[in-house]
Design a protein around this ligand. Sequence first.
Ligand code: ZN
Length: 94
Amino acid sequence: MKPKKPYSRLQRNILDKTGWRCVVCGEKIRRKEFTKEHLLPKSRGGNSHFNNLWACHYDCNQEKGAMTLEEYTYRCMEERRLLEIKCKLTQKEK
Ligand SMILES: [Zn+2]
């Protein structure tokens, strides 16, 4: 676990952009969970400038990986849709 340090000016500015919420799941971010999310992943040529950085939970960032936020959101929607279909099918079997 990383030691608790106060937010830097840049970190606070990033958090202000998202209203101190995670850009992936929308939940509030606590100090120990905070991580910087690259809107365009570094592996895709994204930079570390303020405009490309958003606040995100550490876990959400791991989960999202090298996908862009759009790709990740789309994948979540697909998964939810598949889950709903699965639920309906199992309900019918009963
Ligand atoms: Zn999150």
